[in-house]
Design a protein around this ligand. Structure first.
Ligand code: ATP
Ligand code: MG
Length: 739
């Protein structure tokens, strides 16, 4: 078979890396130079030119989305599916291993993964049970203590308190937490990695098996590996493995989660035979964007040093917009996207990037009002909504009765008369017998609880047993559907007359659709469908919520944007205190990490890059007046063009709607980082159709608009009608009349 499809469209340096002789390889190169491309092509090369079996290849990417894309790319290069090849995130792969070797890893077969919110709740409970003051022993801090130790490979038994009583208490809480997890049969994200490491370290035969099997390990975004991930990798590669890692020290942005950019240098020391490749040509961005990003990152000290150039055009200057406030900023972005679409562009060409999740809200509001389709990656995700978590807790309990967190969540939901006191009795019994709540609850029936509580509890236990029995053999979505009905959850939310009730029922129904669409094979374990689905939900919640091919504006934090590229990028909230973050300003390492994050953001842009900041911003309910981000001044001045609004704009009127379309013009002003301006906005696309507006419907009567979604003939509107409750309607047919 010809190797041409693999090697064509690679430059000489890329080709050298792709075809390097078998052995350890490090590709160290800047943004957009084709590292991910090289890694993908290397996989195809190994299979086709080196005759390596796909069975022997393990590829680690940073997100599940990236893993999916990589699989598709390898498939198109090979012209056939790569079959048994393992591609996934560190967490996904660790999970897969632990499912296979739960016994060796000291886990229960039906172990469940808990996300960080569940973890925090569990820790909170432990703190309470110890009768510690929660204001002193802040659950989030205890969680951080536990997770950062796990990331470093340390269990509670490895830690020494010395003469430090605070540390001694932290260590005790860590130990209690480990016990509680073991009792409930749950593992958190950090535990997945640590266990996967330990099971190999402690079982030489198992490690040998995997060393023989995965002779080829490839890692993308290597600069963001933490201690335990790297230790795991090193174990697997052994002395004569062929790890192939690609990374960029300038894009290391997960220090706060224990990432160690030093691993790049460590790799060279641990694998002395390493072949180093550097890629210097950037294929992604225009000359102006690249020069601005290079200028910025040059302010960091202690870099490994790389050159990046492009043969592409210089392109348009970087545009800078100083907004009056955060709404003005969002409106400016919205208007620019409209212009782009009006000129035949697509919404999905555009990414709006920000430092913190909370910044998305104002953009969402403005985009909704403008009926601009968008998707937020991250933030409150479908699987994180309360009603969905309740339903998942039922499913988890059906799969694993030892899951204490799930037991607590639903034992009295819907309310069935199991009060706080009964629950406390069950907890105490579980503590005394060191057993799961489920078993303790059984033991408490009759004697320990009053007759009424006993009856209610018996009902609950029987309900779960009956459900577990009934759903056996049903298709996954039927299992979910049955659970929703039998548990009473649907009924419970239907009875809830507040606005949210119906939306919650809709979300629960959406969960049935999610189950129907779920492909258990994607997880590539032998788990039964329900367990596979639960694992998938926890591992991948948030990702893939948006169909990448739907035409909508892409909104995400800078961290989430790593590795991606977009024709047009807006970097918003470029203010000192917000970006760089207040916490990092006084700390040199922290500031450098923020600068790398800014570099990541800028280098996502292919054709156009906008930087925006607000002179006044309300965030978390507090107004602040900030200086423009120092990062703006660090990019070469001549590359930046400031956009100023025309000055004679109208004043806002009381209704919150405004008289004229905004207009902005570019002025060749350099570095005049302040300008007088006034508030601007624009009318929503259909008069009167905006959030909060009152409308009348021929059949349903009067109501208030809660939500607007989509555009064109598909635009949908959610209205809370006074008599009929909340409904979604298609704008085109609804004939709503503004009041
Ligand atoms: P990042 O550091 O942001 O992860 P990267 O180094 O992984 O970037 P890629 O995403 O692999 O870079 O490549 C950047 C863009 O350049 C992609 O659109 C890719 O298809 C394109 N590209 C890479 N190499 C070539 C090449 N030799 N010819 C044409 N296009 C290329
Ligand atoms: Mg990449």
């Amino acid at each position: 078979m010809s190797l041409d499809p693999i090697l064509e469209r690679l430059n000489a340096a890329q080709r050298a890396a792709v075809t390097a002789p078998l052995g350890p390889v490090l590709v160290l190169a800047g943004a957009g130079s084709g590292k991910t491309r090289v890694l993908t092509h290397r996989i195809a090369w190994l299979i086709q030119a080196e005759g390596v079996s796909p069975h022997a290849i393990l590829a680690v990417t940073f997100t599940n989305k990236a893993a999916g894309e990589m699989r598709a790319r390898v498939e198109s290069l090979l012209g056939m599916p790569p079959g048994v090849l393992w591609i996934g995130t560190f967490h996904g792969i660790a999970h897969r291993l632990l499912r296979r070797h739960w016994h060796e890893a000291g886990l229960v077969e039906s172990f469940q993964i808990i996300d960080s919110e569940d973890q925090q709740r569990l820790i909170k409970k432990l703190i309470k049970a110890q009768q510690l003051d929660e204001t002193r022993w802040v659950p989030r801090e205890v969680q951080w203590f536990i997770n950062s130790n796990k990331d470093e490979g340390r269990r509670s038994k490895h830690l020494k308190a010395g003469n430090d009583p605070i540390r001694a208490q932290m260590i005790r809480l860590y130990a209690l937490y480990e016990d509680a997890c073991a009792r409930s049969g749950v593992v958190d994200f950090g535990e997945l990695l640590l266990r996967a490491f330990e099971v190999w370290r402690d079982q030489p035969a198992l490690l040998e098996h995997y060393r023989q099997r995965f002779r080829h390990v490839l890692v993308d975004e290597f600069q963001d590996t933490n201690t335990i991930q790297y230790a795991w990798l090193k174990l697997l590669a052994g002395a004569d493995g062929c790890p192939f890692v690609v990374g960029d020290d300038d894009q290391s942005v997960y220090r706060f989660r224990g990432a160690r950019v030093e691993n790049l240098q460590q790799f060279g020391r641990d694998f002395p035979a390493v072949k180093l490749f550097r890629l210097e040509q950037n294929y992604r961005s225009t000359g102006a964007i690249l020069a601005a990003a290079n200028g910025l990152i040059a302010n960091n000290a202690g870099r490994l040093g790389k050159t990046l150039w492009t043969s592409g055009e210089q392109g348009e200057p970087i545009r800078l917009y100083a907004a009056f406030n955060e709404r003005d900023e969002a409106e400016f972005v919205c208007q620019r996207i409209r212009d782009h679409v009006a000129h035949g562009g697509l919404h999905r060409d555009v990414a709006v990037l920000y430092r913190s999740n909370a910044q998305s809200r104002v953009f969402e509001e403005i985009f909704l009002a403008a009926r601009m389709p968008y998707r937020v990656y991250g933030g409150l995700r479908f699987f994180e909504r309360a009603e969905i978590k309740d339903a998942l807790a039922y499913l988890r309990l059906i799969a694993n009765r030892r899951d204490d967190a799930s037991f607590e969540r639903v034992v009295n939901l819907p309310t069935r008369g199991i009060g706080a006191k009964s629950l406390e009795t069950i907890r105490a019994a579980a503590r005394d017998a060191a057993c799961p709540l489920w078993a303790a609850a059984r033991a408490c029936l009759g004697d320990a609880l009053g007759p009424k509580a006993s009856e209610a509890l018996r009902g609950f236990l029987e309900l779960i047993e009956r459900l577990a029995d009934e759903v056996k053999g049903l298709a996954l979505h039927e299992q979910v559907d049955r659970m929703l009905t039998v548990s009473g959850l649907i009924e419970f939310h239907k009875r809830d007359k507040a606005d949210r009730g119906e939306a919650r029922v809709e979300n629960l129904e959406e969960l049935v659709s999610a189950a129907r669409g779920f492909n258990a094979d994607a997880l590539e374990t032998d788990l039964p469908p329900l367990e596979a689905f639960l694992a998938h939900v926890t591992l991948e919640s948030g990702e893939g919520q948006a169909d990448a091919w739907e035409d909508c504006v892409q909104m995400m934090t800078l961290h989430t944007a790593k590795g991606l590229e977009f024709p047009i990028v807006f970097l918003c909230g470029m203010e000192d205190g917000l970006f760089p973050h207040q916490r990092s300003i006084g700390d040199l390492d922290g500031l450098e990490e923020e600068r790398r994050l800014c570099y990541v953001g800028m280098t996502r842009a292919m054709k156009q890059l906008y930087l925006t900041y607000a002179e006044q911003r309300r965030l978390h309910g507090i107004d602040s007046y900030s200086q423009p981000s120092r990062f703006i001044k660090e990019a070469p001045e001549e590359l930046i063009e400031e956009i100023r609004p025309r000055l004679q704009v109208s004043r806002p009127v009381a209704s919150g709607r405004f008289a004229r379309e905004p207009s902005h013009e570019a002025v060749p002003v350099r570095r005049a980082l302040s300008a007088s301006r006034s508030l601007r906005s624009e009318p929503p696309p259909m008069p009167g159709m905006r959030l909060g507006a009152r409308v009348r419907h021929g059949k349903f009567g009067e109501g208030v608009i809660l939500n607007l979604e989509g555009s064109g003939p598909q635009a949908r509107v959610q209205v809370n009608f006074e008599r009929q409750g909340t409904k979604w309607l298609v704008m085109q047919y609804a004939n709503l009349e503004p009041l």
